[in-house]
Ligand binder design. Structure first.
Ligand SMILES: [Zn+2]
Length: 258
């Protein structure tokens, strides 16, 4: 939570600071660092519009500007933990997701969910507004690694780790541009990078996928290759051995570790 005087948000809501001050000292700031994706959900685009202010050291969220009434959707499945009025935000919503992380929405014109309510990813939750400290209608969208952090983590990194390119999706583009293709038939997608992890999907044939990170797991020997790296594919909810990602390198280039 940092004050901001740039276009979009004039100030950030600081109501949580008093109640979570002790926790703040114990929670490392994670802005810009790699984020674990092992249990991450597959994200949904929160709204459409133009990014009027990005994630910076003085603005720990992203402002997405559009007209009053533009639909706002839950970025993922979870439970509403805050919904109502909040200083600075006018109205806000916070959702704790199935992976323990939190998304936060501010300045709405109206909200359609209440505390304790379960929501699914992509569910309509609010209409964009111009309430609170703003310079125009927009959604302030913030992402947190837990319910007790007061500073939002890098919004773009958070969404990317969950399969969504935020800039593309708010602009109406494909939120999950593919970057690799699998090969082989009846390829197992597993819940973790282990051969005994449950199979969450089976790919019947070559499939275009978006790999967001890779990590070491069980060594797989197949098709004449040996590899212990697995590719995480949020849209499929699991991992595929890198052997079945169509690329000559054992470690996929340009893809960080989960
Ligand atoms: Zn903002």
């Amino acid at each position: 939570m940092r004050a901001s005087r740039r276009l979009g948000c004039l100030t950030k809501f600081t109501g949580l600071v008093a109640t979570t001050l002790a926790a703040t000292a114990l929670v490392p700031l994670t802005s810009g660092t790699a984020q674990a994706a092992a249990t991450a959900f597959s994200a949904s685009c929160p709204t459409r519009g133009t990014i009027s202010q990005g994630y910076t050291s003085s603005h720990d969220g992203v402002d997405i500007a559009n007209s009053v009434g533009t639909p706002i959707h839950a970025a993922g499945p979870g439970t509403v933990i805050n919904a109502g009025t909040a200083a600075g935000y006018g109205l806000w919503i916070r959702i704790r997701h199935t992976d323990g992380t939190v998304t936060e929405y501010g300045h709405m014109d109206s909200i359609s969910v209440s505390v304790g309510q379960s929501v699914s990813g992509g569910q309509y939750i609010a209409a964009m507004g111009n309430r609170g400290q703003t310079t125009g209608p927009h959604l302030h969208f913030e992402t947190h690694l837990s319910a007790t952090t007061t500073t939002g983590t890098n919004t773009f990194t958070y969404m990317s780790a969950r399969g969504v390119d935020l800039e593309r999706c708010v602009g109406g583009g494909n939120p999950s541009p593919t970057n690799f293709t699998t090969w082989g038939t009846n390829i197992n997608v597993r819940a973790d990078a282990r051969l005994n992890a449950s199979v969450v999907r089976v790919l019947p044939g070559p499939t275009a996928v978006r790999v967001t990170c890779q990590k070491k797991g069980d060594t797989v020997v197949a098709e004449g290759y040996t590899n212990d790296l697995w590719a995480y594919i949020p849209a499929l909810g699991g991992y595929v051995s890198n052997i079945y990602i169509d690329h000559p390198a054992a470690e996929l280039p340009g893809i960080g570790r989960c």
